[in-house]
Ligand binder design. Structure first.
Ligand SMILES: Cc1cc2nc3c(=O)[nH]c(=O)nc-3n(C[C@H](O)[C@H](O)[C@H](O)COP(=O)(O)O)c2cc1C
Length: 216
């Protein structure tokens, strides 16, 4: 089994999402022996913002590519091939300015390729990256999941759910630490809730966990 571990927080050793994504990967390896891990740090190894030079995989242009286009295609190809090869993807996704970091958006722009991760059919779009599990390590300074007003303001988990769904990923799980900027007590509570979510989500979600318990 191939696991792709991605981080996108700019905050280095202080990062909550990096801490959570590492814990998720360790828990996954412990319960799925033989898992092969690839690591992608989107801050250390950030793809450039999406530009016309990177558009060829979307326009279908294969002839007469400039040097810049060839260079950008190679970046996109490396990232989409790595994503498609993974059975499990763990994404460290902090909440910055109501959404995901620009580095993570740049990665999504690179892997959103017709014929690879989606295609348009007579019945509408179809995701092509089926059969994967994605676990998102979500960290948030404030509270957004506990009210309609908060949920309406968050474009991080909801965006990831939408775009991964567009790519055909139906098994998207969230491990969330929210309110980490609301004082030490709130942060400790958030990390405790996230630790519990890791125990549940890594074993296949609450429903599967109940089945595992019954079968044991
Ligand atoms: C650039 C930046 C923007 C942020 N924007 C928000 C925000 O809009 N709302 C919020 O509740 N917290 C915000 N925060 C706080 C983060 O969500 C919080 O610190 C979280 O732990 C970030 O994940 P990280 O620790 O992995 O970097 C922001 C933090 C940074 C560094």
């Amino acid at each position: 089994m191939q696991l792709l571990h991605i981080d996108s927080a700019i905050t280095g050793a202080q990062s909550v999402s990096r801490q959570l994504s590492a814990q998720i990967v360790e828990a996954w390896k412990a319960s799925h022996p033989g898992t092969q891990v690839q690591y992608l740090d989107l801050v250390q190894d950030a793809p450039a913002h999406f530009t016309m030079d990177a558009m060829a995989p979307r326009t279908g242009q294969t002839e007469g590519l400039s040097e810049a286009q060839q260079r950008e295609n190679a970046v996109s190809e490396r990232l989409v091939a790595q994503f498609l090869a993974a059975d499990v993807v763990v994404i460290g996704a902090p909440f910055y300015n109501f959404t995901i970091p620009t580095q993570l958006k740049a990665w999504i722009d690179r892997i959103a390729q017709p014929g690879r991760t989606f295609r348009y059919t007579a019945n509408g779009p179809e995701g092509l990256a089926k059969g994967k599990t994605v676990i998102v390590a979500s960290s948030r300074g404030g509270m957004y999941s506990t009210s309609d007003a908060g949920r309406a303001m968050e474009h991080q988990e909801s965006y990831l759910q939408t775009v991964l769904g567009f790519f055909g990923v139906t098994d998207v799980r969230f491990v969330r630490a929210e309110g980490v900027g609301m004082g030490p007590e709130a942060k400790a509570k958030a990390l405790e809730a996230a630790a519990q979510a890791i125990a549940t989500e890594v074993h296949g979600g609450a429903a599967n966990q109940a089945q595992v318990t019954q079968a044991a």
